[in-house]
Ligand binder design. Sequence first.
Ligand code: B3K
Ligand code: ZN
Length: 885
Amino acid sequence: MKEAQPRTIFLKDYKKPPFLIDETVLHFDLNEKNAIVRSRLDVRRNPDADSRPKDLYLDGVELELNSVAVDGVLLNKGQYEELSEGLKVLDVADTFVLECETLIRPQENTCLEGLYKSSSMFCTQCEAEGFRRITYYLDRPDVMSRFKTTICADNSLYPVLLSNGNETDKGDLDNGRHFVTWEDPFRKPCYLFALVAGNLLNIDDQYTTMTGRKVDLRMFVEPQNKDKCEHALNSLKASMKWDEEVYGREYDLDIFMIVAVDDFNMGAMENKGLNIFNSSCVLAKPDTATDATYQRIEAIVAHEYFHNWSGNRVTCRDWFQLSLKEGFTVFRDAEFSADMNSRTVKRIEDVNLLRTAQFAEDAGPMSHPVRPASFIEISNFYTLTIYEKGAEVVGMIHRLLGAELFRKGSDLYFERHDGQAVTTDDFIQAMQDASGKDLTQFKRWYDIAGTPVIDVDYSYDKSAQTFTLTLKQSCPSSNAGDAVEPFHIPFAFALLDSNGCNIPLIQQDDAVFANAPTELVLDFVEQEQTFVFQHIEKTPVPSLLRGFSAPVRLKETHSRDQLLFLMSNETDGFNRWDAGQKLAVDIIRSMSEDYIKGEPLSVDSRLIEAYRGLLISKSIDKALLSKMLLLPSESYLIELSEVANVDAIHHARNFVRDTLANQLKPELMQCYHDNSDLDVPYSADFTSIARRSLKNTALALLLSAGDPDALALAESQYANAENMTDQSASLIALVNSDFSEQREAALKSFYARWSKDPQVVEQWLSIQCGSPKYGTLENVKSLMSHEAFDIKNPNKVRSVIGAFCNQSLVNFHMASGAGYEFLADNVIKLNTLNPQIASRLVTPLTRWKKFDQDRQALMQGQLKRILGEESLSKDVYEVVSKSIK
Ligand code: B3K
Ligand code: ZN
């Protein structure tokens, strides 16, 4: 790999592009050893540019230049300069046509950026800066151009040739080759360019838009996957309808295409009119995909589709604005999923991810604001902060404005900026202008890193019948040091009486008492702010930060009894679940301390009774119950610790789990049976998903405690499962149990049955490698020599190395440091093959601060070893160098 000088790019240095490209005409000759790319660019000076350079500078990486011409005249060596990552065309006019011919080698491209081969097909990935690996270009999102693309390739190997927009021409060529031309009428930045060539089948559908236009929906897959498209196409139609109904957004081309590829660095890509998906995020049929996969596909298909407006029609000015499209689009897809499924469960899942992983990122060495101020490698900034915290920030605007004004704001944003490349400030301005609400202070959320902390204090005055709530905010781990000005935090709040009923909230200065609201979104804007509620007749229980109305850490003092009360009485579904989590966290944490002191462990019986109450409750919603029965994860417990003792957390949590299983066996068995009689055929509606989830949670609990009756259930479920959800749940339960003979038998038969299906094999690998019991290093290493493993395939890397390091935590953090060394070895290997995957994989080592001194030293040692490598990619260099003490 060519070593790039790690240079930091700053937002404050942004300059408008000195040149623009009105028209981009591309011609690809795809061959078995290489590809020849010819480009014809209509270039002109940008009248609004800040400077008037003599030369035109174009980005280009690992390109072999065959020729360059201006206005039809070939340039000689003195008229241009080839640079290590670009091309300089000297002394250019104000308007001219630039033509380049370059040779690239897709077959040797293992970083999976630009044009590459995935099994027998050619495909592209251009976001963020992959287009420069295809041809010389102004590879920046604020240069938007109309694209016309012709692809030539062998007709028998690549009968399908696709690019963005509409097909406008096709025909046969000599030597068994053919060509297809595509034209995209919408101007777009080159990161949205796509090309696919392969022997693919298409599964077709149609959608009629709100104005009656017919749009062809076409999904392209390798022939063996033709029966795995239905769910994605249904999800696409549901997304198109939802975006019309909720945002008034209609699709704009006559065709929408989706292609599934096996080798892909992330989930999917929103290229205009031609979305490219990782197979694991789009292909599904009941016997090979779990419920979780079904839901993930629905969400990702929606996300990519929604980008057509939030991202493509209105795009980002520069990559610092990435959350403009990603945060907004995640917010949109989360709302869509909430509308299609259980809103409460969707919120629980999103907050779980945010609190477990984004908070950890925000407290770690790669912490950055939603709008970062600088980066070395933009690929490192496709983070939970940009995506998930960015979505929370948009969600807070939604909460502050209300649905109606938010919609006015989004209408104004799309109308005002259609066809433009803009900033997060433009987004906020549109929201502000449409709603009349001042969002000046709110904007701080975009620029300050770190998770704000809210200290909560409250008191009840019986004689005055007032309830006083005092909130204090701080942001300890921020990039702004001690000087952080307060954030504008929407703090959703209610008071519950002893029957669990919401009490009317009458604030001191409220003139009218009638129809007082029972939930308020408090505008918490000061460092410290007090809210007083009147006419409260009896001591209430406060319900704080309902629905997790802001991405903050809440420091509060609910007692275990109050949490128990909230677990059964809270009217906000999210908070009800959260009360159970807080209670379990409190109990597991104090038991971890007992474990460290060598004291005997015992579980507070109130938790067991609370679980019993949930299991026998006739009224609780099954979707919510299925979430409430899950104990907080080890990762979350680690995140909450100052210094995490992984073994203690693991033992204490397992002890609680086993005690629940032993003491609640009849209720769990009943729960299993009550939810086993699902009708076949399989349906991925959320009620069926909740029932399967309940059944399988009960099974996992019972089996983890070694119950022989549960073993019989698991074996029978494994043998008779009608769908992958049930089959993999029973396999997971067996793998995580002590029944080693049955575990081995199930793993063997599973592989024998599914070895030809890559998506199922990925599950088989990650179930083993991520298991705290079975994911031992020896096992993981031996799986890396298995025929199913391929280090060049990102999904396999994630299923084996990623699953081990992120899920099998007791094994990854073993005291010898062998887990850390294993990760570093693989980061070094992947650094040359696929830097993006390598730099993502290294994350667990960057979290060294959470662990004891010995482990810190071991983790730091491995980070230093990686940093000492020659030819470190920018990706890995940035993450590792920022993570070293
Ligand atoms: N926009 C792409 C992500 C591209 C990642 C580039 N390293 C997928 C998405 O967020 O929709
Ligand atoms: Zn996205």
